[in-house]
Every structure is written in structure tokens, then in C-alpha cells.
Design a protein around this ligand. Structure first.
Ligand code: SAM
Length: 296
């Protein structure tokens, strides 16, 4: 387990993932009933971008740094408010228009989620790396709403579902350092959805040279899960680099407004975060067989 998210925190892939995560959590708060967020690959929760590792790659400068560098159109600012307000809260004194370098603390998925929860909601955060799990546990020490477990997150897709609240969101954000992670996402979703069909799911995957994206989408479609949305943002051509050229999210049982929101958001993110003229973005249904009336 060599992957450390501090090198990548706040980058263009985090921006897409965390902007959508914040919208999903905000939507769940539309009903009073309590919900649980299960974050299967949680990381350390809070990233200090002034640390050597983050400074070394500087990836956040082309992610959250660019997003906050100049004001956004009002409708986009409103869509991103649940996410950006958390970043601003962690960085008091930071104003739009200030130098991008003014972002120092960046929330990972569990911290961002936790900042958005109401008193009745809960967070289960799993992390396998012992040191990162310990750091995460310290961050939430004494927080009765959050449970941090040092465990293989893939196991949570079986044993931890359905949550006792019977409402919730499962974020699966593996590091993709092992072969077969696309296949594991598909089989993990199949297992999880059987146990908790009404849950909302958000699965992250990388776009990079040679990635089996078409086969991945086909395998997901073959699961016959009725409501499955896909959002992808590539910030550059995959020909020039063997690294990440973009990222995608698979969203199962998304709020019915999400597709429309993504249609507004993705073009702006593409323009803000683009690194060459091959940047592209799309949101489309992999499966859409149910009506908005039966949306959870
Ligand atoms: N979700 C985090 C966020 O958005 O801030 C970033 C997570 S990072 C991409 C992936 C994390 O998964 C790393 O911290 C890594 O140590 C952890 N990890 C790797 N394999 C795991 C496994 N089988 N179960 C749980 N965590 C794992």
C-alpha cells in the first residue's frame, strides 16, 4: 500500500468527486430522517497543503486552487456552495479573488461529509493503511457521529450494508494501485446493491491511457441496476501522459436533479481545470429505467 492521498489532495479529480459528494449529502438532508454515509476508502480526512508532499506535486494548484482563484458564475457558485463553503470554513480569511495559494487546509471525503451532517446523521469511515487510519481516528476522536475503522473497505460493501438507518450514501474511492480495480468496483457494486438497493452510491475511477472504460461501462450496464448515471471530466489528452488525464464517477440512485446539475457544472469545471485543448466532460445515463417519482 504505497498510495498516499496527500500528494493528490485538492487536485482536479478531488474537485469533481468532492463537489458531487457535497451535492449528494445536501440532497439527503432534504428529508428529516437520519442517514448514514459509508466512506470505504477514507484517507486521512484533512490535508495540510503546505506540507512537503502536497507542495512537491502542487496538484491542488490546478484543482481547488484554480476553482477559487476567480469568481464563478452565480448559478455554479450556488451548486458548489456546499463544497466550497466547507473549504472556506477551514481557511478563514480566504476570499475569492485572493491568490490560490491561500488554501492551506483541504477536506478529504470524510471531513467534508462530516462538516455537512446534521446531528441525527452518521458517518462510517474505513481506511486500511494503519497509519492513515490512526490519523483519521485522531481527527474524529470523541465524535459520536463518526465511526472510524481500520478495515478493508471492500468488506464494508457486504458486512456494513444495509445501514441501520436504511437511508444513505456509499462512497467507494479506491487508489487504483492494484490491477483489477475496475472489476472490483463492478463486483463490489453488484454485492452492495443486492444488500442495499435503495442506497445512493458514488464510485470513483481514473481516466488514463489504456484504461478499459468502455468495458467497465458495459459491465456496469450488465448489472441491470435501474438508475445509474456517469460523470466524467478529462482535463487533458491521455496521449501525452501515462498519469491521470481525468476521472469519472458512477452514481447509482442519484437525486433526480443531479443530471441537470452536472450538465451545468461540468462545462464550467472543464473550462476552469483544463490543461490542454483536449479537455472534455460528459454526464450521461448508463441506465435510466425508473421515474423520478420513486426517487428515494
Ligand atoms: N476518499 C478520500 C478522499 O476523497 O479524500 C481519498 C481516498 S484515497 C484515493 C484511497 C485511500 O484508500 C488511501 O488512503 C488508501 O490508504 C486507502 N486504501 C487502499 N486500499 C484500501 C482498502 N482495501 N480498504 C480501505 N482503504 C484502502
Amino acid at each position: 500500500m504505497n498510495y498516499r492521498h496527500i500528494y493528490h489532495a485538492g487536485n482536479f479529480a478531488d474537485v469533481l468527486k468532492h463537489a458531487v459528494l457535497a451535492r449528494l449529502v445536501t440532497y439527503l438532508k432534504g428529508k428529516d430522517k437520519a442517514f448514514r454515509v459509508i466512506d470505504t476508502h477514507a484517507g486521512i480526512g484533512l490535508y495540510d497543503l503546505s506540507q512537503e508532499e502536497a507542495q512537491k506535486t502542487g496538484e491542488w494548484r490546478d484543482g481547488i486552487g484554480r476553482l477559487l482563484a476567480t469568481p464563478l458564475p452565480p448559478d455554479i457558485e450556488a451548486l458548489l456552495a456546499p463544497y466550497l463553503d466547507c473549504v472556506r470554513e477551514l481557511n478563514p480569511g480566504m476570499n475569492q479573488g485572493m491568490e490560490a495559494g491561500s488554501v492551506t487546509l483541504y477536506p478529504g471525503s470524510p471531513k467534508l461529509t462530516r462538516m455537512l451532517l446534521r446531528p441525527q446523521d452518521r458517518l462510517s469511515a474505513l481506511e486500511l493503511h494503519p497509519q492513515d487510519a490512526a490519523t483519521l481516528a485522531r481527527l474524529f476522536d470523541g465524535d459520536y457521529q463518526t465511526r472510524v475503522t481500520e478495515l478493508d473497505g471492500w468488506l464494508a460493501l457486504g458486512a456494513h450494508l444495509p445501514p441501520k438507518e436504511k437511508r444513505g450514501l456509499v462512497l467507494v474511492d479506491p487508489p487504483f494501485e492494484l490491477a483489477g480495480e475496475y472489476e472490483r468496483l463492478v463486483s463490489g457494486l453488484a454485492k452492495a446493491h443486492r444488500r442495499f438497493p435503495g442506497g445512493t452510491y458514488c464510485l470513483w475511477y481514473p481516466l488514463k491511457q489504456g484504461a478499459p472504460i468502455a468495458a467497465f461501462h458495459d459491465a456496469l450496464k450488465a448489472l441491470n441496476i435501474p438508475k445509474m448515471l456517469c460523470a466524467e471530466l478529462a482535463v487533458r489528452s491521455d496521449r501525452e501522459t501515462t498519469g491521470l488525464s481525468g476521472s469519472g464517477l458512477i452514481l447509482v440512485n442519484p437525486p433526480f436533479t443531479l443530471k441537470q446539475e452536472l450538465d451545468a457544472l461540468l462545462p464550467v469545471l472543464k473550462d476552469r481545470l483544463r490543461q490542454d485543448r483536449f479537455a472534455s466532460a460528459r454526464a450521461f445515463w448508463l441506465r435510466q429505467e425508473a421515474t423520478e417519482e420513486d426517487d428515494a
